[in-house]
Write a protein that binds this ligand. Structure first.
Ligand code: COA
Length: 257
């Protein structure tokens, strides 16, 4: 495994060298997450160069988080430029899907395709979560509300507890900024402008970004398709890693030149 720090973002790289290969896949985690919220099945996807990053203030990346999706998209673009990356397939989970969509809107030429996992063109956050996350006394309650709704009924307790522990490690102000960024994000009316090949993946039991959100993406974006994974919730890539990895491999082989 290689990796490092570029333009302030920590990242890891797996897979073949860049030259002559199909576009690299960039994995962008969600609110309060890190690259470890992507399972090994995706970070080591067969036949593809994969870069998994930590947004600022998350995982091993220094600094503070942001509170606007546009700012994260700028961070991503600066990082891609620093690494001299060609156009990439941008894969985002939840808030990461918003960052990927925003990047495709502001700089379509660096976006070879999109994989939107548990995504949506608008990501409003419940006011109770926003309120609890912004006070230190109730931060853990906010994490409980999110984690309590984030997994499908078949998810193993061990997986859910690991997710809770990881989210509690993030600085409260970072998670609060992420959720404010999600709440303010709304590109529903602009989805038709994004014409790169797109795969929307969601769990059939997703309570945070319901299937309806992914269907809307597929309906409004001219080159988008949707894959619904039965039994899974919002953390679909951790709950059903093989099914999601298979969908992404098929998408890349069939739709990304
Ligand atoms: N794609 C398609 N439709 C969407 C959408 C999207 N991305 N976002 C919202 N909508 C739809 C809603 O389903 C709703 O449709 P309806 O009127 O047919 O029911 C309509 O647009 C308005 O929804 P919304 O903008 O969400 O406002 P609201 O006042 O109905 O509800 C919340 C606001 C916050 C209560 C609600 O979005 C919610 O419960 N969100 C929970 C998710 C959450 O907190 N996630 C945390 C992520 S960490």
């Amino acid at each position: 495994m290689m990796g490092g720090l570029a333009a302030g973002l920590a990242y890891e790289v797996h897979g073949e060298r860049l030259t002559g290969e199909r576009p690299p896949l960039v994995l962008i985690h969600g609110a309060g997450g890190s690259r470890l919220f992507w399972p090994p099945e995706l970070r080591r996807l067969q036949g593809t160069r994969v870069l998994a990053l930590d947004l600022p203030g998350h995982g091993r990346s220094p600094g503070m988080g942001r509170d606007r999706i546009e700012a994260y998209a700028e961070d991503l673009l600066a990082w891609m430029e620093a690494l001299h990356l060609p156009a990439c397939v941008l894969a985002g989970h939840s808030m990461g899907s918003a960052v990927a969509l925003m990047t495709a809107l502001v700089r379509p030429q660096v976006t070879a395709g999109l994989v939107l996992v548990g995504g949506g063109g608008r990501l409003r956050v419940h006011p109770l979560i926003l309120e609890k996350v912004s006070q230190s006394a109730t931060f853990a309650e906010a994490v409980d509300l999110i984690v309590g709704a984030a997994y499908g009924p078949q998810a193993q307790k061990r997986l859910i507890e690991a997710g809770r522990r990881r989210m509690l490690e993030v600085r409260p102000e970072v998670l609060a900024g992420d959720l404010r960024a999600c709440d303010a994000f709304d590109v529903l009316e602009r989805l038709g402008e994004i014409s790169v090949p797109t795969l929307a993946v969601c769990g059939a039991q997703d309570a945070l970004t319901p299937e309806k959100y992914s269907r809307r993406l597929a309906q409004a974006m001219p080159q988008a398709e949707v894959e619904v994974i039965p039994g899974a919730g919002h953390m679909v890539m951790l709950e059903q890693p093989r099914a999601v990895a298979e969908a992404v491999v098929r998408f890349i082989q069939e739709r990304i030149p």
